[in-house]
Design a protein around this ligand. Structure first.
Ligand SMILES: [Zn+2]
Ligand SMILES: [Zn+2]
Length: 76
């Protein structure tokens, strides 16, 4: 999926939730992937175990699917 640079609006292709750090070629910003819960908007925690990544919402107190999360980029 395509993400948008928060500084210049340049489109950056996402490689999935396991890649956390991005670089914008257009404005040379270092960016970090921000994952928010699609239900409550709280920041999700990335749990990595045995090569599999899961998303956890501390507010909902449950695992979230990758497709239900809101993806955005923030300045690092
Ligand atoms: Zn940019
Ligand atoms: Zn939640």
């Amino acid at each position: 999926m395509a993400l948008t640079c928060p500084k210049c609006g340049h489109e950056i292709e996402s490689n999935g939730i396991q890649k956390q750090h991005y670089h914008c070629d257009a404005c040379s910003s270092d960016l970090k992937l921000d994952l928010l819960c699609g239900q409550c908007g709280f920041q999700l925690e990335l749990l990595q175990a045995c090569g599999a990544a899961n998303l956890w919402c501390v507010k909902c107190n449950e695992l979230k699917s990758k497709s239900s999360a809101i993806y955005s980029l923030i300045e690092e």
